[in-house]
Design a protein around this ligand. Structure first.
Ligand SMILES: CC(C)[C@H](C(=O)O)[C@@H](O)C(=O)O
Ligand code: SF4
Length: 486
């Protein structure tokens, strides 16, 4: 039984009661809604004649199905199913008085990019969304949980869900990341070591000097992929980096109220002597850029390591998964990923679609050209990210290099819009899932990596080690430069 962790404290503060079935009734502080998973829940609500209990705690955006070109966004949308989902959401938010960051709002984007940048996600909250990547918000020191349709209905009508408390595993990442190595590489390393099911029954508390050193964008990328490691949620204790990021954002109170909030935020940090159900240590110094070789995020290696042979895995299921992966990806064991031909480069998503991600990739692209055989897509995670990149001229670096510069959405992460792989194309992708068919083509092949590595792959037309191929000094992705010694 763990004591004194942030998870325990935040859970206790939001627990309404214990239910007869042993689960807890948990109050949800922030409910995020998107067009794919909400229509049915609103419908269920209507059927029962219920109203939305806390419209002021509910915020909606549209992300999965939206086209990413200005022409594509003209209404009605070309795809009737997409139009139906979007219109349903528009009607539902209208009828229920819910704030909606729609296509015309200038604030539209991926749920897990929009809520953090507006300051909606704050430490010590419970955040729920009908989306498996809701753990992203844990980067602020909140409990973010992905929920299904009937739970969306429950949150809409009562502000609560029935949930089971999980065990807490501390994932302690100490040391310093080398140049060209980023938060994305840390989380891929964690998933490599603990497995895609390693987190089942747990939430992950990420800590250690390498995590403390990360900027908020990096922390968001790590928490985002908790679900890929099987964890129900993932979080990082809030600190000065968190508070500095939040200060001045649209939904964050100012002045005295901010100071009061900060006291609450400090109080919910895990205690020094908190007990964890499990502690795992990872050495950041040793991490190289990570790339997936297979068809789940755990089938991942360091860029210069050989692709494993099925016999190297102990469990039969892992051996079978490796065989399937080798066949789908057309690899032979012992090969490295370096030199694997790439047809598409995709930069964006709720993992790596933030300003810092584009900034890092732009450093790699500066003065260089995308390989003529590569289709390269830059899709900002939100319209605010797009505008900020344009204000800084980052978009020009992408465009001059030969990238298509798009509007915000999930895009080719899961191809619910027109952005899709074709045939057996290989995509160097900054996203979080490499399942077969994920990017819109059943034969398509996804290689997950950091934004710097995606940019390098776009230029070279193949998977490369960003550290070897470029002499530019790469931005670090940490807050060390700005940090005042403490
Ligand atoms: C469409 C949505 C429900 C889904 C999720 O739950 O995560 C999507 O965002 C994904 O990444 O696969
Ligand atoms: S960007 Fe990808 S992972 Fe994130 S919410 Fe959209 S589809 Fe899901």
């Amino acid at each position: 039984m763990s004591q004194g962790t942030l998870y325990d404290k935040v859970w206790e503060k939001h627990k309404v009661t214990e239910l007869p079935n042993g689960q807890d009734q948990l109050f949800i502080g922030l409910h995020l809604v998107h067009e794919v998973t909400s229509p049915q829940a609103f419908h269920m609500l209507e059927e029962r004649g219920h109203e939305v209990a806390f419209p002021e705690r509910t915020f909606a955006t549209t992300d999965h199905i939206v086209p990413t070109t200005p022409e594509g966004r003209e209404r009605p949308l070309n795809d009737p199913e997409a139009e139906e989902m979007l219109s349903a959401l528009e009607e539902n938010v209208d009828e229920n008085g819910i704030t909606f960051f729609g296509l015309e709002s200038g604030k539209q984007g991926i749920t897990h990019v929009v809520a953090p940048e507006l300051g909606l996600s704050q430490p010590g909250m419970t955040v729920a969304c009908g989306d498996s990547h809701t753990a992203t918000h844990g980067a602020f020191g909140s409990i973010g949980v992905g929920i299904g349709t009937s739970q969306i209905r429950d949150v809409l009508s009562t502000g609560c869900i029935a949930a089971e408390k999980q065990n807490v595993r501390r994932v302690e990442v100490n040391g310093e990341l080398g140049e060209g190595v980023y938060a994305k590489d840390i989380i891929l390393k964690i998933i490599q070591e603990l497995g895609v099911d390693g987190g089942v029954g747990h939430v992950y508390e990420y800590g250690g000097s390498a995590v403390r050193d990360l900027d908020m964008e990096g922390r968001l990328a790590i928490c985002n992929m908790s679900i890929e490691g099987g964890a129900r949620a993932g979080y990082i204790n809030p600190d000065e980096t968190t508070y500095e990021y939040l200060k001045g954002r649209e939904y964050v109170p100012e002045g005295e109220e901010f100071e009061e909030l900060k006291q609450y935020w400090e109080s919910i940090r895990s205690d020094e002597d908190a007990e964890y159900d499990d502690v795992v240590e990872i050495d950041a110094d040793g991490i190289a850029p990570m790339v997936t070789w297979g068809i789940n995020p755990g089938q991942v290696i360091e860029i210069d390591d050989p692709i494993p042979a099925p016999e190297e895995f102990e469990a039969r299921t892992d051996r079978e998964a490796a065989e399937k992966a080798l066949e789908h990806m057309d690899h032979s064991p012992g090969d490295t990923m370096e030199g694997y031909d790439v047809d598409v480069a995709f930069l964006g998503t709720c993992t790596n679609g933030r300003v810092k991600d584009f900034e890092v990739a732009a450093t790699v692209l500066e003065g260089r050209q995308v390989d003529p055989d590569v289709r390269a897509l830059a899709v900002p995670g939100s319209e605010s990210v797009r505008k900020e990149c344009e204000r800084r001229g980052i978009d020009q670096t992408f465009i001059e290099a030969g990238f298509q510069w798009r509007q915000a959405g999930c895009s080719m992460c899961l191809a619910m819009n027109d952005d899709s792989l074709e045939g057996d194309e290989v995509c160097a992708s900054s996203s979080n899932r490499n399942f077969i068919g994920r990017q819109g083509s059943k034969d398509g092949r996804t290689v997950l990596m950091s934004p710097a590595m995606v940019a390098a792959a776009a230029v070279e037309g193949e998977v490369v080690d960003v550290r070897d191929h470029f002499d530019t000094e790469l931005p670090s992705g940490t807050n060390r430069a700005e940090e005042v010694a403490d």
